[in-house]
Design a protein around this ligand. Structure first.
Ligand SMILES: [Fe+2]
Length: 159
């Protein structure tokens, strides 16, 4: 797809909606309501597994990719990320930075995949501390990262 002189590739990323799309090139990603900074979109039309797979697709882009998402939800998302990983210092640092930015009406976006992989619980479903927090919340063992994702997404829906 060509847009304002940019050539963008199109990725199908069902989950939030069934026909959700992302646009990307080697430097930027328009992730819509699928990948947010420190969070992800709600699963409206698709399944949790579809959403997990869509996030996995996006996370395979290069770490320097700048992420332009659909909403300024970063601070709210970080409060949940902190609940999941209270000992993650990258989340603490990001909360400090983002709080200051929002006070001054500065957007917290774009983010990068490099940052998101350190602070976004929905991209960290295979990290031991995140698995442990999800299992603790679910009060049972979770068999795979997609189950961890489902638990986190349901947890956030309620919280
Ligand atoms: Fe939406």
């Amino acid at each position: 797809m060509k847009c304002n002189g940019y050539i963008l590739h199109v990725l199908e990323i069902p989950g939030h909606t069934l026909d959700h799309l992302a646009y990307y090139n080697n430097a930027i990603l328009f992730s819509g309501d699928t990948l947010f900074s420190a969070g992800c979109g709600k699963v409206f039309e698709g399944t949790y597994e579809q959403m997990y797979n869509s996030l996995s697709k996006l996370s395979q882009l290069t770490d320097e990719t700048k992420i332009y998402c659909g909403h300024e939800y970063t601070l709210n998302n970080l409060q949940f990320a902190k609940k999941v990983e209270p000992d993650n210092l990258d989340i603490d640092e990001k909360i400090y930075l983002v709080t200051d930015m929002r006070k001054n009406n500065i957007p917290t976006l774009p983010s990068t995949l490099f940052i998101e992989k350190k602070i976004n619980p929905f991209l960290r479903c295979a990290i031991p501390n995140v698995i442990a927090a999800a299992e603790n919340h679910a009060e049972r063992k979770l068999a795979c990262p997609a189950e961890v994702f489902t638990c986190l997404r349901e947890w956030k829906n309620k919280g």
